[in-house]
Design a protein around this ligand. Structure first.
Ligand code: 13P
Length: 265
């Protein structure tokens, strides 16, 4: 069996409802559903309803939130809860994106609470981790990734990981045009798998790569067995460009999944 491939679009603060609808109409005409391939969209919260209604019936397409609060309701001005995004069609949520961490001060503990709350509510969390340039240059990549994952391991039982996905997004590669090489990315994905194995997580947790992915580099990245999909910002904003990226990525030599779990001895 070929491994599933995931192409996830993080629109960040782009495309209101009207633009989202126009995007979806164009995009649907440019792509068709392919077995084993999932296309995910993370629009701004106000566009979730419009996008999920317009993308409607395609079984390969899902819509998610970029951020949620861990509480279901209450006095949290400006925040949006998981039941609210689910009500308008979200089936997934990003958690701990680096822009949430670095621009909005979100902590590792908050990311863990959101992950726990997402699982409790029945929505799939895609948890993002990644080091800054200073951390990388200081040789602390591994330490940072392990630290970011720590509270998540504490908040989850090993069995919960069947419903969790991870994304490795090095902060220095986001929106900079400098993507990690397939070797760099594969190495960190291996590290994450080792950490999962150490915690006796035996499920095959999909790990996506994100950071300046484009239609020119996507096939190289996805040719690595460690990389299960891509999380894309800038190159997902235009329907034709995003469809082309998906097309190029789908051509990568996809290897048998062959049980990629590493369980530390
Ligand atoms: P870019 O693809 O624009 O580098 O953004 C990556 C990202 O942050 C996706 O979540």
């Amino acid at each position: 069996m070929e491994r599933p491939l995931i192409f996830a679009a993080n629109w960040k603060m782009n495309h209101g409802p009207e633009e989202a609808r126009a995007f979806a109409q164009k995009f649907l005409a440019l792509t068709s559903a392919v077995e084993g391939r999932s296309l995910w969209f993370f629009p701004p919260a106000v566009s979730i309803a419009a996008l999920s209604e317009t993308l409607g019936n395609r079984p390969d397409v899902s819509v998610g939130a970029q951020n949620v609060h861990w509480e279901p309701k209450g006095a949290f001005t400006g925040a949006i809860s998981i039941p609210m995004v689910m009500e308008v069609g979200a089936r997934l949520t990003l958690v701990g994106h680096s822009e949430r961490r670095h621009l909005f001060g979100e902590t590792d503990e908050q990311a863990a609470r959101k992950t726990r709350a997402a699982l409790n509510a029945g929505i799939t969390p895609l948890v993002c981790v990644g080091e800054t340039l200073a951390e990388r240059d200081g040789g602390r990549t591994e330490q940072v990734i392990v630290r970011q994952l720590g509270p998540i391991f504490q908040a989850l039982q090993p069995g919960d990981w069947a419903k969790v996905l991870l994304a490795y997004e090095p902060v220095w590669a986001i929106g900079t045009g400098k993507n990690a090489t397939p070797d760099d990315a594969a190495q960190i994905h291996e590290l994450i798998r080792l950490e999962l194995g150490r915690r006796e997580v035996v499920q095959r947790v999909p790990i996506l790569y994100g950071g300046s992915v484009n239609s020119g580099n996507v096939a190289f990245l996805l040719s690595r067995p460690q990389i299960d999909g891509v999380l894309v910002g800038g190159a997902s904003l235009d329907p034709a460009g995003w469809a082309e990226l998906i097309e190029q990525g789908s051509r990568s030599k996809v290897r048998p999944s062959g049980g990629y779990d590493i369980i530390a001895g």
